[in-house]
Design a protein around this ligand. Sequence first.
Ligand code: 8OZ
Length: 371
Amino acid sequence: MTTLFSPLQIGSLTLANRVVMAPLTRNRAPGALPTALMATYYTQRADPKNGAGLIVSEATAISHQGQGYSDVPGIWSDAQVEAWKPVTAAVHAAGGKIFMQLWHVGRVSHVDLQPGGQPPVAPSALTAKTKTVLIQNGVPKFVDTSAPRALDIAELPGIVQDYRRAARNAVAAGFDGVEVHGANGYLLDQFLRAGSNQRTDTYGGSIENRARLLVEVMQAVCDEIGGDKVGLRISPVTPANDAADPQPQPLFEHVVLQLAPMKLAYLHVIEGSTGGPRDYVQGDKAFDYVALRNAYRAAGGAAAWMVNNAYDRALADQALDNGADLVAFGRPFIANPDLTRRLREGAALNAGDRMTYYGGGAAGYTDYPTL
Ligand code: 8OZ
């Protein structure tokens, strides 16, 4: 019988259990460089007897333009590659596996975070009704995102190239693979959804056109490092960061059909509203996640199916019984480095302190107690 604590083979990688640490933005990388404290934080969660079978890193900017929050890490420079190496080495020494989440925020940014104070970029010049985090004098503040400019079609190959370089850099930094961030209203999701994409060229309009950039990015990343080292995170109905589409079901079914031949490591699906209700509805009817997976499997897609959002032990067991392969836990991993052990033993979970989620030091980061 498969449980959360059974191993899983994905590509050439053996995961010791099916508990995944979801990507979590923590804003503790000043100058976009990872730190020794980050190595400690990930390593505390890396031993698969107590912690995650797979860690997905916090979202990491593929370029300066792709950055949208203060003190999030990057993976576009040699200095960043070097600074990530101690993190991956420490995770591996603890017996862990770690993928890097590759991130371009698109319009979810602020001029203060962009190269030369320029406006952020987006599929269309539509401001997202959302906030970003700016840290000034050590104090995190939620501020409105800046008005973006629409990307010229001639700029898109450069963005695909930035993802490709980021994937190559992630592997050079010692990561076991990468997860492309296609969720939560960031650049690739902005292209996917009609609410943020009003383009009239081959990257807007039809579902096929809106999915084009994501498919090109996935193909480039797979070509660069091999599909068995590549995952994708999607959030078909989330309203996060002003993401909106009237018909997510055919949109995401088209996406997974395009991905089926790429032989990916996993597909990571946020069910419902990110960090909120699982039964959130966007568009005209409830999203059918089983139909999405069936469409992918029917097209020959064999990637591990990872589910996420508000899972507990009972819901996770049910998901595995119903055909999911991996369950990602986000906020529970902030406060419980030994989450896997606690799930296995039915132990109580520590509560996290929201005031220390974004920015700061060791407090609320590396000081949560284990059993
Ligand atoms: C919370 C705060 C900042 C960023 C996401 C990368 O929602 C994020 C994020 C979450 O995917």
